[in-house]
Write a protein that binds this ligand. Structure first.
Ligand code: FAD
Length: 278
């Protein structure tokens, strides 16, 4: 398991209280010696300074911090400036995305339409200086016209120079295995790391899953619905389900796991400890 990759994702918060919580989470998860912590980026640049500030803070701990960078609504010049900032701050990994502009925000200044164009721009400006992660969608990106087109669009990002990919979260392992098989058929050997979403709050999870196109299987949905406001039971059941899912993924030879922490350490930590991989 020496080359098994472990990573955790955070989002930048604005409040002092949120930052404290995030740094506590970072300190707890740092004890697992992950390969990197990634920090999301508000499409259109809404978290630009906050994202880099938190990434620098992570780097100071001696763990690699990877900023996400979404290109929608950004000019080429502003992306180049940000890339130079990253390079100067010894950042060596970027999660390169298109992003989704919040409703109401105009994309008028945007010069790049898709993530493959962002990967091309980064490669053109900085060669192999950054390890580039891109997003992958085992259950298809919600705006894609069909699965095959989405696969070809994923391949564009790999052909442009992506080094590895992290998937949207899913609860159906077959979708991930099928996606990886299809990529292999197309000659894509880039590692594809499953994104893992711990289950802690059904209402938020259902809303978010609808928006990003992740299916919550009926047996999970019905059980979570039955728990109503019983948070403890939801968390316990969620931990069992996601641990089982990760065990299956590990048995199927995944190259690593990427946890969507939502800035909480406990849910990801429990699942990781249950796996007992070390
Ligand atoms: P793309 O790869 O550009 O794909 C977007 C859509 O366009 C797909 O339907 C695809 O099939 C289609 N497409 C792609 N290329 C082409 C092309 N050349 N021609 C025609 N069609 C094309 N969002 C944020 O705002 N900030 C974040 O920090 C963030 N982090 C994320 C991290 C991960 C691991 C994942 C999985 C998602 C993240 N997202 C984030 C969400 C992401 O930005 C959205 O899912 C967004 O809608 C798509 O981004 P993408 O990079 O996958 O886009």
């Amino acid at each position: 398991m020496d080359d098994f990759r472990l990573s955790f994702e955070f989002f930048p918060t604005k409040t002092e209280e949120g930052r404290k919580k995030l740094f506590n989470t970072r300190d707890t998860l740092a004890k697992l010696n992950p390969d990197f912590f990634s920090v999301t980026y508000g499409a259109g640049g809404s978290t630009r300074n906050n994202t880099i500030d938190i990434v620098n803070n992570i780097n100071n701990l001696g763990i690699s911090g990877a900023p996400h960078l979404s290109c929608v609504g950004e000019s080429r010049e502003s992306i180049k400036e940000l890339l130079n900032d990253y390079a100067q701050n010894d950042i060596n990994r970027i999660v390169a995305l298109r992003g989704d502009l919040p409703s109401g925000m105009a994309a008028s200044s945007g010069e790049l339409t898709y993530a493959n164009e962002l990967v091309e721009l980064i490669k053109q400006e900085h060669g192999d200086q950054f390890h580039l992660e891109v997003a992958a969608y085992p259950e298809m990106h919600p705006q894609a016209s069909n699965f095959e087109a989405d696969l070809l669009n994923f391949k564009r990002k790999v052909d442009a120079g992506a080094d590895s990919a992290i998937t949207q979260y899913f609860f159906n392992i077959d979708s991930y295995l099928h996606f990886v098989d299809r990529c292999l058929d197309m000659g894509i050997e880039t590692p594809i790391y499953p994104g893992i979403m711990p289950i802690t709050n059904y209402t938020k999870l259902a809303r978010f899953s609808d928006a990003c196109g992740t299916e919550i299987p009926r047996w999970i949905r019905k059980q979570l619905e039955a728990y109503g406001d019983d948070t403890q039971s939801i968390e316990k059941f969620g931990e069992e389900v996601i641990t089982m899912m990760c065990e299956d993924l590990v048995e199927n030879g995944v190259p690593g796991l990427h946890f969507y922490t939502l800035n909480q350490s406990a849910p990801s930590l429990k699942i990781w400890n249950n796996l007992n991989l070390w």
